[in-house]
Structure formats: C-alpha cells, structure tokens
Design a protein around this ligand. Structure first.
Ligand code: ZN
Length: 198
C-alpha cells in the first residue's frame, strides 16, 4: 500500500460503502495511519491508497503519539453544512502543493467506527475543513476542484507537472495504464456475499 499521486484514477473513483467491518479492514486502517503519519498528514482517504471504500481517517495533531485524536470514519455522511469559509489546504496526493479552498464553516457528520457503532460530530474550523476534504475524496472530488479561481489559475502549471510525472511513471511501468488501474479498482469494490457467487 502506498499513497497514490494525482492523477491516479483511484482519486477520481466514486467509492462504495463498506459492508463488513472485519480484521482485514482493521489491518487496512492501521496501515493507512502509518502511511499518513510517515507523510505528516492529518487525514487520509481510502481512495488515496487505491481502495474504493467509503472510509477515511483523521488525526488533526498529525502526531502518532496522540492516539485519542485518531478517528476512523466508515461510510460517513455529512448531514448538515453551515456558513462558508476560505482557508489553505494541502493533500497527500499532491505533495508540496497548497491552495485556498472554500468550504462550509460548520458541518454535522455521521459515520461508523471500527466497532460498527454509529457516531455523530458537529465540527468547525480545521476539523470541519478536514472532513469535507476527506469526504470529497470518497466521491472522487479533489481540492483542486474546489479551489478559488485565483489559486487554481496559479497552480495549474504545478498540477500539469503532477500529470506529466504520473504519465512518465506509467510509461516506465511503475503504475499500470489507466485502463488496468480502473479494472483493479472495480475488482476491489466491496461486494456482498451473494454477489460474489454470481
Ligand atoms: Zn486529500
């Protein structure tokens, strides 16, 4: 597992709900936390590691020692958005790139934890921004889609560089073609047991 760079097709994938919380999923989450901390991030969505699951993790402290800040969001749903605010965001799939993004100022979000229990938070400030950024990932929406016009215009050449680099990696075989990667994503989608036997 690795953090995938833009424009890997996983980042444009609309992820599917998780059907079962089991040891495999717990292992995935543990590995995602490791990758996130190694990259000094505060949030990571399953799409970003090539898994088409509705799942993201957060630790706003970015500190692996601060375990009580670790939150796992399974099948999250933003129930309410209030107000509007602009602030700087980065994304582990665009290393080193930052830009101004407009978001709701406050959100209510509901999700399941690793025990399968439903929880709800009312969030503002950085937490509200982070869950909106990560929830977007699950729909294949990226922060570059929501940047202010000025930020987007300024960063267009940088985004172009990410694209050039990724196509080069594909040509070198570090990543498969888009078609191959999409087929992999499709095969990784959570499936209910009766669908598997068909
Ligand atoms: Zn991101």
């Amino acid at each position: 597992m690795e953090i995938l760079p833009y424009p890997h097709p996983a980042l444009r994938w609309k992820s599917k709900p998780i059907l079962e919380i089991n040891d495999d999923l717990r292992r995935v989450v543990a590995e995602m936390f490791e990758l996130m901390y190694a990259a000094k991030g505060i949030g990571l969505a399953a799409n970003q590691v090539g898994l088409p699951y509705r799942l993201f993790i957060l630790n706003l402290s970015a500190d692996p020692e601060v375990k009580d800040e670790e939150i796992v969001f399974i099948n999250p749903d933003i129930l309410k958005r209030k107000g509007s605010t602009e602030g700087e965001e980065g994304c582990l799939s665009f290393p080193g790139m930052y830009g101004q993004v407009k978001r709701a100022a406050k959100v209510d979000i509901e999700a399941f934890d690793l025990k399968g229990e439903c929880f709800e938070y009312s969030l503002d400030e950085l937490a509200a921004r982070a869950v909106q950024h990560e929830s977007d990932h699950l729909d294949g929406v990226l922060f570059i889609d929501r940047m202010t016009e000025t930020a987007r215009r300024e960063l267009d050449p940088v985004i172009g560089d990410f694209e050039t680099q990724f196509r080069r990696w594909q040509a070198e075989g570090r990543f498969g073609s888009d078609e191959v990667l999409k087929r992999e994503l499709l095969s990784l989608e959570p499936k209910s047991p009766e669908k598997k036997t068909k």
